[in-house]
Design a protein around this ligand. Sequence first.
Ligand code: PAF
Length: 279
Amino acid sequence: MVVFKKIADLQAYLHQQKTSGTDIGFIPTMGALHKGHISLLGEAKKAGCLSVCSIFVNPTQFNDKEDFEKYPTSLEADMTLLLDAGCDVLFLPPVTEMYPAGTEEASKYDLGYLDTVLEAAHRPGHFKGVAQIVAKLLDAVQPQKLYMGQKDYQQCMVVRKMIEIDNRDVAMVICPTQREDDGLAMSSRNRRLTDPQRAVAGIIYQCLVSILTKKGNADFAIVRKECFDLMKHKGLEPDYVELADANDLTILSNYNGRPMVALIAAKVGNVRLIDNMIL
Ligand code: PAF
């Protein structure tokens, strides 16, 4: 695995690789890697791509200073995981490389509706920061394929919109959520859960399954209330339980015949978890 900290060095190396006709598959991350990230890398390798991972904890996507400061980092363990998984290139830029003019630089992306609902309503500015950094990383890496996890469903929609706005020539591959044995979606934030919190966190997945199984024979308002009650009973603090159009995230008041996605955000202690399921 070759490691680069500077865009110019990364690009010089990738330029050589591209001349041999290899596609580049890019996996952007903020580190604290787990099997979910490694599955994205696996998909890039399966597609025969030269795999490029980035680790960069992007300050502009944190609306909460404490969340940024507490974001887990584990560079040594991450590098071992990437090496073992056969990652070809690791891009590890410092903040000054991604934001030479400073992190006050405004995001140019108008994300419209996507920047008003669900996660956006709870984390103002978050998605503008995500669009801004993923665009910068795509400029640096210039991959043919971009691998992202379905776990961050709205983030995938936002990145798809940014790609459309910029008319970028990159294919986005959305990969399935990796889960623990009790269904909890793998997330870097899970490592901040205490044992008792971890023991109840799988209830989010159970709620999604119940939304799926009741599709077609129940009123969503009732199913949503059951999910809220169940999560609260287990000591979670749900932010939302929503049903949305899977293509554009229009919030739905009830099940319909179109492709839908159920989305949940809930706090377990002070750790905020999100998950979703396509219905
Ligand atoms: O999902 C993440 O880890 C981040 O939001 C991303 C896509 C790497 C941008 O910083």
